[in-house]
Ligand binder design. Structure first.
Ligand code: AMP
Ligand code: MG
Length: 404
């Protein structure tokens, strides 16, 4: 029997969300900030555009000018500042993005003009402001560009570069050491003796760390030996912000992770009413987070997704550390999981104007095929019997939704 009381999964998640803290910020090049979280409010030092710019290829004119034909006094291309002032009876040829010359107050599209011999005839009357981007229309000087907590993607990086912010302050990414335990596990490229299995968890977990924005570091494998595991855990905690172990958290004779965590630090919880992954263990050693994940491949990845990923997102400053949740209709009957909430792997599709969830099949915690290709975890609340087809449940979206 486990010495740990089986607490509700929501309480376990609340504990993780409470304990995880953003890491300090660091200055980094905006050029490599994709996916990072901004740690400062940035206001625009400038107007964009900084000058009145033409939005079309055409002629810069005075809108009120009644001359039927105007003398073209200049060609202004993008990047060039025109010098002569536009006065009644004159116009300047101007390209998209180029600054409007003094005196002009409108641009007439090339399609609405006839040109001959250094002169232009305006076929359609212009109104002041036509085809001009006024100063500061995109961004006004002093505008809030992005605030602390903004997750930087393509648009945000473009915006920062537009204003010349080539270096910015972002939260540090957590380093995450990943350790496999077990006498039976071997490196995937090595021969597999009778009774052994390949260590898939370490590689799956390192990929999951990377996807969550963390920096994974392999701590290799350690045998089911209490002293060796204690040394490996100590080493992991010294080397990284977070330690994730796989295996050795159950109640078997050779499951040493819980006693080792107790010896070195403080365990927050050691058993949760959750399937797959009841023996999930969460501890702190010298303010470093340690997650003892169960060895079964599905249990380790699902508990990572539900409990570790949010911690890594918080550590890198993400104000929305949880995945999106949606209400989804069940495509068929789902069996309830008794005294544990079950996070059932599903494929969510957009079909006939609704989100519909289909099970990925047999849900035993060794079967990684129940995760391959899934895009959601359907939360099947505790209870007996079945949830009938057509019922609505909450689904945590872990990937993109496709339409039929
Ligand atoms: P444990 O949590 O150590 O009792 O392991 C539970 C199950 O997961 C056992 O069948 C182990 O062989 C398997 N397992 C443990 N570690 C790994 C690993 N790194 N990769 C794949 N399977 C594992
Ligand atoms: Mg084991």
């Amino acid at each position: 029997m486990s010495r740990y009381e089986m607490g509700p999964a929501e309480d376990a998640l609340s504990t993780v969300l409470r304990v995880a803290r953003p890491l300090p910020a660091e200055r980094i090049a905006t050029a490599v900030a994709d996916g990072r979280v901004l740690a400062e409010d940035l206001h625009s030092p400038e107007n964009v555009p900084p000058f009145r710019a033409s939005t079309v290829d055409g002629f810069a004119v005075i809108a009120a000018d009644e001359a039927p034909e105007r003398v073209v006094i200049e060609h202004i291309t993008a990047g060039v500042v025109g010098t002569p002032r536009i006065v009644p009876g004159t116009a300047a040829r101007i390209m998209t993005g180029a600054p409007l010359p003094e005196g002009a107050d409108a641009v007439v599209m090339i399609e609405d003009t006839h040109q001959s011999d250094g002169r232009v005839e305006i076929a359609r009357p212009a109104r002041p402001g036509d085809n001009i981007r006024p100063i500061g229309v995109d961004v006004a000087q002093g505008d809030l560009l992005l605030s602390t907590g903004a997750v930087l993607g393509a648009a945000e990086i473009g915006l920062l570069m537009t204003l010349g912010f080539t270096e910015i302050s972002c939260y540090r990414r957590p380093t995450v050491a990943v350790l496999s335990t077990g006498d039976e596990i071997v490196e995937p490229g090595e021969p597999v003796p009778p009774g052994a299995i390949r260590d898939s968890n370490r590689y799956a977990l390192m990929a999951a760390v990377h996807e969550a924005g963390g920096i994974p570091e392999s701590l290799g494998q350690v045998r089911d030996d209490r002293i060796l595991q204690r040394d490996a855990v100590r080493d992991g905690v010294q080397r990284a912000d977070v330690l994730v172990t796989s295996g050795g958290v159950s109640v078997g004779d050779r499951d040493f992770i819980k006693p080792v965590l107790e010896e070195l630090g403080r365990i927050h919880f050691g058993r949760i009413a959750f399937r797959p992954g009841m023996p999930l263990t969460f501890a702190e050693i010298n303010d470093h987070l340690v997650f003892g994940l169960p060895g079964n491949p599905v249990s380790s990845l699902v508990t990572f997704e539900v409990f570790v990923r949010p911690a890594l997102r918080i550590m890198q400053g993400d104000p929305h550390p949880l995945r999106p949740r949606v209400e989804v209709e069940l495509a068929h009957d789902f069996r309830r999981g008794g005294n544990r909430v079950e996070y059932h792997r599903v494929v969510v599709r957009w079909a006939d104007g609704r989100l519909v969830a289909q099970s990925t099949g047999l849900q035993i915690s060794s079967r990684l095929l129940s995760m391959a290709g899934h895009n959601g975890l359907a939360v099947i609340e505790m209870g007996e019997g079945v949830l009938p087809a057509g019922s609505t449940v909450k689904v945590i979206l872990t990937g993109p939704i496709f339409s039929d």
